[in-house]
Design a protein around this ligand. Structure first.
Ligand code: CU
Length: 149
């Protein structure tokens, strides 16, 4: 084996390992009292498309928010998550599906986020999930985004 060939092999091995580690992305969702469009009490972005193995990091830019999974809009068999008031929450998504999140104190104001993981399709069953009040509008808008290729 020539040295040049060895160097080329090593370089390609390094590229492979770099792309493997880069394949698990971290998605940041900020917890805000006011969004860019003026909406109060929001997750921003409110919709995220992620791959299996990625992590979702909820960042408490503003205090007083409290992230939990949205019961009913959560993949079967995945452990539920619950953050703490004003604290960061990191969730690793290891299964295809729709992961809904709510901020417990502001849920009545519609503070929800939706993460689409993998190739989760927008089924009638997903669309039929009912959430209260303003949250329903946001989830419906998120599902429209999720249905786009
Ligand atoms: Cu909140």
């Amino acid at each position: 084996m020539t040295n040049t060939f060895k160097t080329a092999l090593l370089a390609s091995a390094m590229i492979v390992s770099a792309s493997l580690s880069a394949s698990a992305a971290e998605h940041i969702i900020n917890l805000l009292n006011k969004g860019a469009d003026g909406t109060v009490m929001v997750f921003e972005p409110g919709f995220v498309r992620a791959a299996v193995g990625d992590t979702i990091k909820f960042v408490p830019v503003d205090k007083g928010h409290f992230v939990q999974n949205l019961p009913g809009l959560w993949p079967e068999g995945v452990a539920e998550v619950k953050g703490k008031v004003s604290e960061e929450l990191v969730v690793k998504v290891d299964k295809d599906g729709f992961y809904g999140f709510k901020c417990a104190p502001h849920y009545p104001m519609g503070m929800v986020a939706l993460v689409q993981v993998g190739n989760a399709p927008v089924t009638d069953a997903i669309k039929a999930i009912s959430v209260p009040g303003p949250a329903a509008k946001r989830i419906a808008a998120d599902l429209e985004l999720a249905a786009k290729p």
